[in-house]
Design a protein around this ligand. Sequence first.
Ligand code: GLA
Ligand code: ZN
Length: 672
Amino acid sequence: MTLTPRFPHFLHGGDYNPDQWLSRPDILEQDVQLMTKAGVNAVSLGIFSWAALEPEEDHFSFSWLDQIIERLWQSGIHVILATPSGARPAWLAQKYPEVLRVGEDFTRNHFGGRHNHCPTSPVYRQKVQKIDTLLAQRYANHPSVILWHISNEFSGDCRCPLCQARFRAFLQERYGTLDELNRAWCTGFWSMSYSDWSQIEPPSPRGQMSNLSLLLDWRRFSTKQCKDFIAFEKATVQAVCPDIPCTTNLMERFWDYDYFDLAEVLDLVSWDSYPAWTGKDDEKVACEFAMNHDMMRSLKDQPFLMMESTPSNVNWKAVNKLKRPGAHLLSSMQAVAHGSQSVLYFQWRQSRGNAEMFHGAVVSHSGRDDTRVFQDVAQVGHVLKSLDSVLYPQQVQKSEICILYDWNCRWAVEYAQTGLNGQMDYHGRAMAHYHSLWRLGLPVDFRDMRKQTDFSRYRLIICPQTYLFMNDIEKKLREFVGNGGVLVITYFSGIADATNLAFLSDAPHDLTDVFGLRETEMDALYPDEENQIRMEDGSLYKAYGICSLLAPEGCSVKGVYTKDFYAGTPAIASHVYQSGEAWYIGARLDQTSLDDFYAKLTGKLQLTRAINALLPHGVTAHRRGDTVFIENYSGLPASIDLPGTWSDLITHAEVQHLDLEPFQVRILHPET
Ligand code: GLA
Ligand code: ZN
């Protein structure tokens, strides 16, 4: 698998904005020399360069970019070329105000910022098409150009009249008739029914926010709008040169669009990773970012690029902490361990002014190469070179476990008005389950509910809060268990269909015989309340937040509540269904309880871990091919006895026992 065929190696480098320095040729020359010193082999160019490329309408200025690309290429540095649609020049917004976005309050924005365009606007599309075509014609055949970076971090949506019309067309295609839409959206409630398509408006705090089906379809529509826009830019540049793959940089925990759906239009996934290493609770941060990386790998089931990361601090968090010694290499290698084919940064050089002048960069305002940050970056460049020969373009290890994570479900859970309003926390709960597996060094994939999703390669599927069932997911899950798989589902699953209408049946919908139980009611607990679950083997689990009541119908009860009016009733149960086993977790468990649950379950299933060693708290392991990454996020020194003899990829020493400093990563190969 080669993501960038024109340069099949790990990429090291990042966002480079020479257009901010055109009056300083000395600095531009210094950049290339410093890049060579830092082991940089690829930079992303032109991300926000529209004003520099087209300073006036139809007056283009490419000579500066010609020179930059040529100079980089002389030094063997490759180019990820961006289309500039993420931010537009002032003249464009002034002359064609319709390119600007209309917000939630139905008023049009003014010029400024980024991500401030209407994806439907024909003028915007024409202007983007023109500049993209010119860029492609001029540079796509240059040997240095390896990848298209379409726009930048797409987000948000537009409510202008053109987008509204497209929304209605989307609904017409989806539902056919207004009667069907009224049925699917349950508009009999609060006199919401529509008698004409033109009455349907996007959700707005000034209008409709109570129709949960409308909210859900608006998210799907927003995804489609973004996907269409990417497809349009991709078709534009690939019409000139079809050989260069296209990506756009995605973001963590991103809510606005369904990334599984969006990724279909990309040739490869890339994303921007900004963990906040705080020095406290870094184990949690590490797990969160491991999950992000695994999600990005899962979107297309292939390696990905880490398109941005900071070499030191960011400038947009409430507290912008520096990376502790070791954290840069560790954080970069975590990405590689989980499937990244790059370590790329935002940004190469700190800008002189404006919003990001204090954001971390490889080269700071001082322009020096003897800074801690520069040295850290150069070290990563060096390590990536050694990894190249053993890892690239090798596939990542296949996982036997998958967590079902679906944006439709996530939106619906978080819109639902029940239980812990606003805190049902679909993402956070998926992460809690992931956390237990990560601690054990078990590789995990994520899968969604699209029609094409295939679960056959997994042995264990985990479905946290799978409230919404669509595309016959219940049939696939049944088949999975029937064929010998182990399924774990939690409370609040199988409640509503694809349009967010409740199933008129027992929950989980059409799977009660697989689990041998029904979920009858869902209790929510105040923050200072908790319940306890006594497990069959005597362990005590802590339940908080949500406790569902279960009616057994053939299952084997594994744990019962010990408190409240439902003390003694089932909280956790398993059931043998045909050749497999189905587990039901009826309550929100704290992390220690989940850890115990998964240690026992995965131990029984003998799932393959990255390495068969006892990993102290805060230390985890991940494998790519034969290479094992051991990562220490504990904040403390750690020791591990290894099974067998290994060689350390960085020091070349032979090791059977590892001592790790805080924030240290060790990269090991089995001795042959
Ligand atoms: C995002 C953007 C970059 C930059 C960084 C700062 O990832 O894509 O342009 O603003 O954030 O962290
Ligand atoms: Zn619009």
